[in-house]
Unconditional design. Structure first.
Length: 782
């Protein structure tokens, strides 16, 4: 017989523990019985029944076998009517009585059948009638049915008791309603010592056991019936056939106008160790076939009294090492789990009979790792005061399960985070069950409350009208098991329009039949918007590139004209003026000659200006190959090229440790040539110039640079300096701070430096004060 229903309900656990009690009560009733359990659907509706137990002689419309399923929709005719009776009783709780006629060995037999709700199921009891059925339409109120009902109620109560011996009493009252005695209604077959007491059924308590009036037992029974209090205690029970006195532990509760008591003989507890030894071989055989450890522990000392396995060996320790520990269990346990274990063992003293308590903890293995264990414990032995002193435990190494659970948690956490970061969701469709499961990310994409049931047609519900055909393709992949697809679908949730990139794949079995469809939906709304923006920017960039190409072409044309035709024209003009001066000098006045010389000077300046413009415009063409440049070597080379000016100015140049970076050597040489030349040119005439070239590194140059690092090369001088207000203008082409007559040059040098720095992805800046020198800073990406 199987009464389990995969539930943690304590009352069900009691029934599981009392299967033997159930069978003994059935034997006492001497009536055919069938026990059925309700089968419920997802909405808790009854969809059928499962036959759990059937006694011999039970007449059924169905082929009878335990664990057989009777389902609505699979029956018809009388079987369907019978099933409806069962469902009505299970749902309403009202008993159903009906008279039946069966043909057995060619003869008619009359039965009365009583259906009563029993937990989440039905108990059917049949009673054979010796006389033919009377011709009446009302078969409900009959004494036989009442007897059956009484029997079923007795059975129901008996199953709720965890102890073994059961006795049911009916109160006997006088005319004034006072209880004067109790009648034995039912006495279970507890053990051989009490077997003779079956003859007590129908007799009175005080007539058979008059001492009950003196020892207070009768008064206790009266209080149970009158007040409903529960009787719970130990009594000395005498008058047995063997003239032996026994101590029994008795529990009693009110039942109608009477009570039901349950008891257990505790006299034999003193010999429990002997019985334990008899069972040791059986337990050991079972344990050897199991990976679990069965043990008995002293609750007070936490000492292991018995174990089916060598725990020290299981944990990788020598017995000598274990014996050296004062409390091996706690000494080898993870320190964080010790308080919980101590509390768990302490609380076992309050455990009820048959109660199972669990705990998980970690034990240190000999290799230094920690193993996870789960223990299920129940009270094994109690002292004379009924206080638990020993517990029975089953210890299971769940390290592998724990690792898998942790990996699964990490996987789910990673999936959840990935979906949040990628703005995506995943789903699964079971082709057999039609179950459509969504991840949390899917509910976020569709802006729906988590947990709401969904169907594939939701894509049609949310798709924009012009994308309905795409949504139908997605639905067909699931419902018609089409080939996997990868599509882009626009949906509207509220006022928000989203663009989803959807990709599906199929999971197939060995027969290449599709079992499940897996899919991932990614929100690419932002990406699509960015793509459109990039397209527009690319279009603008293409236009600008064409304009730039035109400008570059025009600039090249200008360079060619300036470098060739324009310079030739200036040279011819200068030569012709020189010829005029020489050929006609005798006929010209001094004023005329002076004017011609001024014109020649202007032509020379125009030529120099043209040379500077051509040089400035040709900077991007000088060097396009970037390579690794050692700035220490490059600066030394530049200073060597300025050797004459260095000697002329007697300048003292100090060079610090400069970095090696990526750059264009020719342009970098030109950069430092202008900067060092300017430092000497704009020196203080009253002192020897000192120039320092140094470097340092910074994390970023300005907001928006992110984590880009820069090398800052500084050229510091003690020259004439400048007004800080002019710091930006210094880098403007042809800008001069001083009169032309004061310092040579065209004002193009620093403009060239800025252009070179821009070509290296860097920056250049100037700081200074009049009479206090200046600092030029060049920032190169590291």
């Amino acid at each position: 017989m199987n009464l389990t229903n995969n539930t943690e309900d304590k009352s069900e656990n009691k029934r599981i523990l009392n299967v033997g009690t159930f069978q003994r009560i059935i034997e006492v009733l001497h009536q055919p019985v069938q026990l059925l359990k309700s089968i419920r659907g997802q909405r808790d509706e009854i969809t059928g029944f499962e036959i759990l137990y059937t006694t011999a002689g039970f007449e059924s419309l169905f082929p009878v076998s335990e664990n057989q399923f009777l389902l609505f929709g699979e029956v018809s005719g009388n079987q369907s009517k019978y099933m409806e009776r069962l469902r009505k009783v299970a749902e309403s709780g009202q008993a159903d009585t009906e008279r039946l006629t069966f043909i057995r060995k060619g003869k008619k037999e009359n039965l009365q059948e009583e259906m009563l709700r029993f937990d989440d199921g039905i108990l059917v009891v049949q009673h054979r009638l010796n006389d033919p059925l009377p011709k009446t339409d009302d078969n409900k109120n009959i004494k036989t049915g009442d007897k059956i009902k009484d029997s079923v109620e007795l059975l129901q109560v008996a199953l709720d008791f965890p102890l073994f011996g059961i006795c049911v009493y009916k109160a006997l009252r006088n005319d004034s309603g006072k209880i004067i005695d109790f009648e034995f209604v039912l006495l279970s077959n507890y053990n051989e010592s009490f077997s003779a007491h079956h003859e007590l059924v129908g007799k009175r308590l005080l007539g058979q056991f008059p001492e009950s009036l003196n020892n207070g037992l009768f008064d206790k029974y009266v209080r149970v019936v009158e007040s409903g209090e529960v009787l719970d205690g130990d009594d000395e029970f005498g008058g047995l056939p063997q003239n032996e006195n026994h101590w029994i532990r008795r529990l009693g509760i009110k039942l109608g106008d009477g009570l039901v008591t349950s008891w257990i003989d505790i006299t034999g507890q003193k010999n429990a160790e002997i019985e334990l030894q008899k069972q040791a071989n059986l337990i050991r055989g079972i344990s050897e076939a199991s990976a679990d450890i069965l043990y008995i522990m002293d609750i007070n000392s936490l000492q292991i009294l018995f174990t089916t396995r060598n725990i020290a060996k299981e944990l990788g320790y020598d017995p000598e090492f274990i014996s050296s520990l004062k409390q091996p269990l706690l000494d080898l346990m993870h320190e964080d789990d010790v308080p919980a274990m101590i509390l768990h063992v302490k609380n076992m003293k309050t455990a009820l009979p048959g109660e199972i308590r669990e705990i998980e903890y970690r034990m240190k293995h000999g290799d230094g790792s920690f193993h996870f264990f789960r223990d299920r414990n129940t009270v094994f032995k109690r002292d004379e005061n009924n206080v638990p002193i020993e517990k029975l435990g089953i210890s299971q190494d769940i390290s592998d399960d724990h690792t898998r659970q942790e990996d699964l948690k990490k996987h789910h956490s990673l999936l959840r985070q990935s979906e949040e970061l990628a703005e995506s969701g995943s789903w699964e469709y079971d082709c057999a069950t039609k179950e459509f499961l969504w991840s949390d990310g899917m509910y976020r994409l569709f802006e729906m409350e988590k947990g709401i049931p969904v169907r594939p047609s939701i894509y049609l519900d949310y798709a924009l009208p012009e994308d309905k055909d795409i949504a139908q393709q997605i639905v067909d992949v699931m419902e018609k098991e089409c080939d996997p697809i990868e599509v882009t679908l626009r949906i509207k949730s509220g006022e928000t329009v989203k663009t989803l990139h959807i990709k599906t794949t199929a999971l197939k079995d060995r027969k290449k039949s599709t079992q499940k469809i897996l899919g991932i939906d990614m929100d690419i709304t932002t990406a699509r918007a960015a793509e459109e923006k990039i397209k527009k920017l690319n279009k603008k960039l293409s236009t600008k590139n064409r304009e730039l190409e035109t400008l570059n072409s025009e600039l090249k044309t200008f360079n060619n004209i300036a470098a060739n035709d324009y310079k030739d024209t200036l040279r011819n003009l200068y030569i012709n003026l020189e010829n005029v001066i020489k050929a006609d000098a005798s006929g010209m006045s001094d004023t005329g000659k002076g004017n011609l010389r001024k014109a020649q000077v202007g032509i020379q300046k125009m030529k120099l200006l043209t040379d500077d413009l051509v040089a400035f415009s040709r900077i991007p063409m000088l060097d396009s190959n970037s390579t690794t440049v050692n700035l220490n070597e490059l600066v030394q080379h530049v200073i060597s090229g300025l050797d004459d000016k260095v000697k002329e100015s007697a300048a003292k140049i100090t060079i610090g440790q400069l970095p090696t970076l990526q750059g264009m050597p020719v342009l970098l040489s030109l950069l430092f040539h202008h900067l060092i030349d300017n430092a000497m040119k704009f020196r203080d005439p009253n002192k020897i110039p000192e120039i320092k070239i140094d470097a340092h590194e910074i994390s970023k140059h300005q907001p928006g640079d992110g984590e880009v690092r820069y090398y800052i090369i500084t050229i510091t001088d003690d020259g004439i300096g400048f007004d800080p207000k002019e710091s930006e203008k210094l880098f403007t082409i042809f800008y001069r701070l001083h009169e032309r007559s004061a310092y040579r040059g065209s004002g193009i040098g620093l403009a060239v430096c800025r252009k070179i720095m821009a070509m290296h992805g860097g920056y250049i800046s100037a700081e200074g004060l009049p009479g206090a020198g200046s600092v030029i800073s060049c920032s190169f990406p590291a």
